[in-house]
Structure formats: structure tokens, C-alpha cells
Design a protein around this ligand. Sequence first.
Ligand code: CP
Length: 313
Amino acid sequence: MKHFLSINNIDSLAAWVDEARNLKVNPQADKQLGSNKTIGLLFFNNSLRTRLSTQKAAMNLGMEVMVMNFGNEGWALEYGDGTIMNEGTSEHIKEAAQVVSQYCDIIAIRAFASLNNKTQDEAEVVLENFAKYATVPIVNMESSTGHPLQAFTDAITLAEHHQKSRPKIVLSWAPHPKALPHAVANSFVQMMQHQEAEFIITHPEGYELNPEITKGVTIEYDQAKALKDADFVYVKNWSSYHSYGQVLHQNPKWTMTTEKLGAAKFMHCLPVRRNVVVADAVLDSSNSLVIEQANNRTYAAQLVLKKILEKAL
Ligand code: CP
């Protein structure tokens, strides 16, 4: 049994991108593969795209789908070993993961970072404990530190649009009123390490990502310099990693505008706050790829599920 927990579970990104693009041409081709199989989608956090695209992907493969908003419908889970459970938690992950495994052939999980305990977040307590105690494959639908289905989607979208053998791709931080996790940015950076591209991350000082993830990547604090001659600009907010989970400032000078974007294609995972992260004029322009990205979520998820069902992951 293999899990899909990280973008690093993809053995050949280029090959997977090609396969996903083929699925997109005929999404119903493998309708028999998931017949009599069930996927359980467990959400500890909100979702629009991940929930519906993963459900659509499973349906394209002929699977039955069960969805549970675990965060407010399930029993509060305990993850500690040997805990005396006389406080807030009602059920231990050891039982919960084994029980759900009896109902499902694949379990997909969304469990965001708390952003108030770096050690616990980096331990991926929810995802890793499901992977440890479940008896079926686990799929990461965004965890504390990664969003591999989004990053794989982004690789598909880049492949569909890049016209140069070595495009310039910029990951640009943007302001946001709330503290957001690092998962999307982390997985995008990890995915970019498998791309033939000039890759630059730009953000204000203090918003450095985990240096273990960005090791070897060019970081440019001058956004204008970073954006010069870019082919693709991926915009994303994240909170501080060093001052863990803090919003240091919301400098509107970092909002993406048509002037800054120039001829580059605009990418964002969505949901996005208009006129805070990015100007209306960018999102409403033909340079925006965000709706195509959201569409590609289905084919990224479908390929991952297909490989698990074929035991090819
Ligand atoms: N991009 C993304 O994961 O969207 P949702 O949070 O709506 O699932």
C-alpha cells in the first residue's frame, strides 16, 4: 500500500503531467477501474475546489464517494500515545483510522496547520497518524506543510501554457488580512525543483519560507526586479515561518496589478481576496489562469486515484 502525502511521491513529474493531460481528453475512459470501490473524503477544514474536484475525479473513475466534515461532525480525535483521555478528545486515532479503513478503499484527508505550534504542524500529526493506523492508502488534500494535489495541478497548467523551453516563473508573496499556512507555497517550491525553469521567490523580508524547502532557490526581496521578464507569476500569501504564524504586515505595495504582471500569466490556487492579493483587472484579464487551474484539480486528483487503484503509486 502506498500513500500520496507529498509532491515527492511523484516518481516522474513530466510523465505524470502527460498522463493527466491524456485523462483530461477522455475523463471517463477508466470508469470501470473504481467500480465497487469507495473513497472517503475527510475534511478537518473548509474547501470548495478540493472537495468537489476530488469527488468529481473519483466519480470519473466509477468510485462511490463518502464525504465527512470531520472538523465539526466527527468526534474530537486524540493522537497522543498513552494519553489519559479525560479532557476534550473523545476517540483515539488508532480506532478511528482503522474503522474508516473498513468503509473505504482510499481515505483522503484535509487537515491544515494550526499555525500556533510549529513542531506539531511539522510533525503532520493528523495526516501521519492516519497513514500510520489506516489499513488503506491515504491521499493528502492539504496538510500542515503541503498541498501536493494543488502543486501537481499547477505543473499541469504550466505545461499547458509554457511556450519556452526554460520559462521564468516567479512565486510572489501577497498581502492578506488573515494568517495563512505555508502548504501551497511549500509544495509549489518543491514541484518547481522538478521543472526546467528559471525560478525566483519574492517576498518582503521576514516572510522567508522554511529554508530546508527553499534551499538552492533564488530569493529576491525586490518584487519589481523579480518580476522583470517573467512568463508566469504565481501569487500567494503565507504567514511568517520564523515568527511562526504571525502576520507581520499587510503591505499593499505587494498586491499584484496589471502593471506589475506585464505580459506574464497569472496563477493562484484560489480562493483569492480581490483587490487585496490581486487587482480585479488581473483576475478578469485573459492572462489569468486561475479558472483553468481549478479545472485541472480534477485531472490531478484523478491521476493520483487511478495510480492508487492500479497499485502503480
Ligand atoms: N485551492 C484549494 O485547495 O481550494 P479549496 O481550499 O477551495 O479546496
